[in-house]
Design a protein around this ligand. Structure first.
Ligand SMILES: Nc1ncnc2c1ncn2[C@@H]1O[C@H](COP(=O)(O)OP(=O)(O)OP(=O)(O)O)[C@@H](O)[C@H]1O
Length: 402
């Protein structure tokens, strides 16, 4: 496969259900981290100026439809749309294309007719081939990138923790997944997921707070008060937590809700949530038991947390306690409650992006990516990206052995 003529590195993009992380390979942090939501409808016609879209997005709630003033001074209806819903890219309209355009031209300030850089895209576990092919075509045709590479977000998070073997528990905004990984390969037969994650934690809290607050305001409260304490009827859960709103109003959150909003992730059936493989602890135990017996002890010792929702207080300890009952032998959750790996501790929400930044700065990256030349040589057939992905995984494994 041909290599790229690029001396500047690659762009690394992770578009999630709630936020998009984007930046350059080899850097420690994404340069941009912003809500993955775009305006649609009438207003979209006038939003060619991506900066205007940015201002509107920032000013308005992520979830609620709103209005804005168009060039004629009249109010125009605006609705906001997420290009990724429950971890799945929605390509039924141009929202994803707009989000990418906004990412490149506004957030990364590199507007040009032709980007001419390679791009590594972090994809959610279980992303289908058709979606990957459509995105490949979009990146080559619309944005004129010089190369494309897709990598599993869980595998990237594992790389970020300095591992190539382990099981990743990803809990973002829209979806929770368990992905066992062996030498850089995810093991698809044992990948489990549940459509319940951070946005459901926020919604639960919103329904149980006695105040009319926006989704964003409740999200901020959640970050402060939510905890993963076990719901055992009594004790800490009955304590109230105080939260001061920006206008000085103090609201009290009942301790039961501060714990129950998170408890639903561990006991979904008790909250009427459909989850065929049970809660997060059950999913982890089940997924690991579906892997080769010889691999299981390694997985038990390398349970890596990833995604913003795992930042909730007490999350790591709760995961450890839940899994302990379901598996034999020692287990280790990373980061653990005593913060043995403090570096990774603060990086959970951007773990996949960091793993992508590392992968895209290795020599291997050129070998696992599809260059523009490769794409054109195949008659602009975007399906080339699947062959490249398989070849790439072999290469990453070989490089790790070496
Ligand atoms: N400190 C925190 N405490 C609790 N929750 C947090 C914290 N920081 C972020 N979150 C939550 O994490 C979620 C976003 O995480 P992340 O960015 O990993 O998701 P995403 O990639 O957008 O979504 P997904 O992976 O589900 O597609 C939000 O629900 C947010 O409220």
């Amino acid at each position: 496969m041909s290599s790229f003529e690029n001396g500047e590195g690659a762009l690394v993009i992770d578009v999630g259900s709630s936020s998009c992380k984007a930046g350059w390979s080899g850097e420690d942090m994404p340069r941009a981290h912003f809500p993955s939501v775009m305006s649609t409808g009438e207003h979209a016609l006038e939003s060619k100026e991506a900066r205007q879209a940015k201002e509107i997005r920032r000013a308005e709630s992520m979830e609620e439809p709103t209005t804005s003033v168009n060039v004629s001074g009249k109010s125009a209806p605006v609705s906001l749309k997420h290009p990724v819903v429950r971890g799945k890219v929605d390509l039924s309209d141009d929202t994803m294309e707009k989000l990418l355009e906004h990412t490149f031209s506004v957030e990364l300030d590199m507007y040009s007719e032709s980007l001419a850089v390679p791009v590594l895209v972090s994809e959610a576990p279980g992303t289908d081939k058709a979606t990957r092919a459509r995105l490949t075509q979009m990146l080559f045709e619309q944005f004129k990138v010089s190369g494309v590479c897709f990598a599993n977000s869980a595998v990237l998070s594992l790389f970020a923790s300095g591992r190539t073997r382990g099981v990743v528990l990803e809990v973002g905004a829209g979806v929770s997944s368990v992905v066992p990984v062996f030498e850089g390969y995810s093991l698809p037969h044992a990948v489990l997921s549940m459509d319940c994650a951070g946005q459901d934690v926020t919604s639960f809290l919103k329904q149980n707070i006695n105040h009319e607050l926006s989704h964003q305001a409740v999200q901020a409260i959640k970050h402060k008060v939510a905890n993963a304490n076990k719901m055992d009827g009594k004790g800490k859960q009955s304590e109230k937590s105080e939260y001061e709103l920006p206008d000085g109003t103090t609201i009290n959150i009942d301790g039961v809700y501060a714990s129950a909003c998170v408890d639903q992730l561990f006991n979904p059936d008790e909250y009427g949530i459909e989850a065929v493989d049970g809660g997060l602890g059950d999913m982890l135990a089940k997924s690991m038991s579906m892997c080769d017996k010889d691999l299981q002890p390694d997985l038990h010792r390398n349970i890596v947390l990833s995604g913003g929702t795992t930042m909730i207080k007490g999350f790591s300890e709760r995961v450890k306690n839940e899994v302990r009952g379901g598996v034999d032998g020692p287990i280790n959750v990373v980061p653990d409650s005593t913060g043995i790996e403090p570096g990774y501790n603060s990086q959970r929400q951007i773990g996949a992006w960091i793993g992508g930044s590392i992968l895209a700065s290795l020599d291997t990256f050129n070998k696992i990516s599809v260059s523009k030349q490769d794409y054109e040589d195949e008659g602009s057939n975007a399906n080339i990206v699947h062959r490249s992905a398989a070849k790439g995984r072999d290469q990453v494994t070989e490089d790790n052995r070496g």
